[in-house]
Design a protein around this ligand. Structure first.
Ligand SMILES: *Cc1c(COP(=O)(O)O)cnc(C)c1O
Length: 521
């Protein structure tokens, strides 16, 4: 396949002899679309600007003299560009999005309606607090729901993502250790099955990481854990349900062991959607845990944002929570913004303002519209759906671990042994079937992992269609149709991309073709 100077294929390639390359490059009603820089020109504009009055520059000779080079498009060109791009995007509003660990579930439109109310959508973080009492009440109310659902005494609302919440929890643990003079406690135990952000967070907070292996049944190896305990242990970072989609049954014993050496228990709560209404983390001895509002509580996410990672803290850690936070005095709400009074022990600020207002509004709407019974049912349905997928595929694919799963079904690649088809080929073939692939090659403890999280928002009909496609692919692989798999995806606009090159040598800057030609001469 030939590439243009941006590293993109010059034209969609022809899949097989039955498919003819079109003159236009379009595939049916799916339009080929170039980069905005390739279609726009600096001299075109979608709006009429008045003459700029000439005046004396006050920039002291710093003003730009050359063209800024932004691509100019007319309004219809702009519309088409973005609509065409959006059609190439897979979305939860289009179909099943079984990306394990990411909880791609339906975002109820009621959440959007409430989030767009001007009193929530248009608040400014620097407005006087007396003029945003409703917004502060919402943050306070959401904090109350989170504490109730988790059974924890306090929650820090500012973290803006799951990983940011991890950082918040580990920073609070570090602040507590320092306050107690326990500066020798710098080792954090991290199970092998942990999400990649866990060891990264511990390292970022100045801890060293000590890995605990998993047992054959995908859970923490308790003997290995006990062997690693010691006075220098600051704590453990554990995901539950873990990234193998399994509940860590020994969690209470793990909490007791960690507390026994004076350490703290960080639980990665990104998978709380498998527990809501059934298990309260506060009852399990957890000291800190972030929730991903954008996963468990359905606020839309993907493509880098937005997110919200409120972090619940135990009595031992709550005084160290980041600034600012909302408190209630009588009938009014205000922010504690400084390291004095209620904020005296805080480890400080982790971001400029107060968190993600839009995510807060959506999450609280989701909680209140479901009610506690509805939230519990969502959890149960998520677990039921994952087990339905696992059970329906277990004769043609290989579940990584025996027994029931939580909200994710994990398969390994043993069912592909001897076929020549890899997990990657299988995932690419799913694109042709009209599905976003599941999470691949993660968790690392499982060979050729395929992690499927259907979520509770899929109906039985949708799941049956998905299962039928997966069965069909598994059977085709076993029938020896390797070439079809290796050619997949044939219906995607750009076919199979060189992902290694794209990751290792990304071309992030567009240069005009003329500059390229000059450089070549
Ligand atoms: C998604 C996820 C995270 C990270 O959350 P972000 O919001 O992407 O930072 C951490 N741990 C687990 C288990 C997750 O699934």
């Amino acid at each position: 396949m030939s590439m243009n100077n941006q590293g993109r294929p010059t034209a969609p390639s022809v899949a097989n002899s039955n498919e003819v390359a079109t003159v236009s490059g379009n595939k049916g009603l799916l339009q080929d679309e170039k980069l905005i820089f390739e279609i726009g020109t600096p001299r075109r504009s979608g709006v009429d600007f008045g003459e700029v009055p000439s005046g004396k520059s006050r920039l002291g000779g710093m003003e730009r003299t050359s063209e800024i080079g932004l691509p100019g498009l007319t309004e219809p060109q702009t519309m088409r560009h973005y609509v065409r791009l959006s059609q190439k995007n897979y979305a939860i509003d289009l179909g099943v999005y079984p990306l394990g660990s990411c909880t791609m579930k339906h975002n109820p439109r009621l959440n959007e309606k409430v989030a767009r109310m001007p009193g929530f959508a248009d608040v400014h973080p620097l407005q006087p607090q007396s003029s945003v009492q409703g917004a502060l009440e919402l943050i306070h109310e959401l904090a109350h729901w989170i504490c109730t659902l988790t059974g924890m005494p306090s929650v820090a609302m500012t973290p803006k993502a799951g990983a940011h919440g991890e950082w918040c929890g580990m920073a609070a643990i570090r602040a507590r250790l320092d306050a107690d003079g326990h500066t020798h406690k710098r080792r954090v135990l991290v199970p092998e099955s942990a999400h990649g952000t866990n060891p990264a967070t511990a390292a970022q907070c100045g801890f060293s990481i000590d890995e605990i292996p998993a047992t054959k049944d995908g859970r923490v190896d308790m003997d290995a854990l006990k062997a690693k305990l010691g006075d220098d242990v600051a704590g453990i970072m554990l995901t539950n349900p873990n990234t193998c989609g399994l509940f860590e049954r020994d969690i209470i014993e793990i909490a007791d062991l960690i507390h026994g050496v004076g350490g703290y228990f960080y639980c990665d709560g990104a998978n709380f959607n498998a527990l809501v209404g059934r298990v309260r983390p506060g009852d399990l001895g957890i000291d800190a845990m972030h929730l991903n509002l954008h996963k468990t509580f359905s606020t839309p996410h993907g493509g880098g944002g937005p997110g919200a990672g409120p972090t619940v803290l135990s009595d031992a850690l709550k005084d160290f929570a980041p600034l600012p936070f909302v408190t209630k005095d009588g009938d009014s709400y205000h922010f504690v913004e400084h390291k004095d009074g209620a904020g005296a022990a805080s480890f400080g600020r982790m971001c400029a303002f107060h968190g993600q207002m839009g995510m807060f509004t959506r999450a609280l709407t989701y909680m209140m519209s479901h009610g506690s019974d509805g939230l519990k049912q969502a959890t149960e349905d998520a677990v039921l759906n994952a087990n339905y997928v696992q059970a329906s595929l277990s004769d043609v694919m290989t579940p990584a671990f025996p027994g029931v799963c939580m909200h994710e079904a994990l398969f390994d690649d043993h069912f592909l042994d001897g076929t020549g088809v890899t997990t990657l080929d299988f995932a690419k073939a799913m694109i042709d079937e009209g599905y976003h692939p599941m999470t691949m090659y993660f968790p690392l403890v499982v060979h050729g992992a395929m992690l499927i999280e259907p979520t509770e928002s899929e109906s039985k009909q949708e799941l049956d269609r998905f299962i039928a496609s997966m069965r069909g692919l598994a059977e085709r692989a076993k029938a020896g149709d390797v070439e079809a798999f290796q050619a997949a995806p044939i219906y995607a606009p750009m076919r199979r991309l060189d992902e290694t090159q794209a990751a290792r040598k990304p071309i992030l800057r567009w240069t005009p073709p003329s500059a390229h030609l000059e450089a070549a001469e």
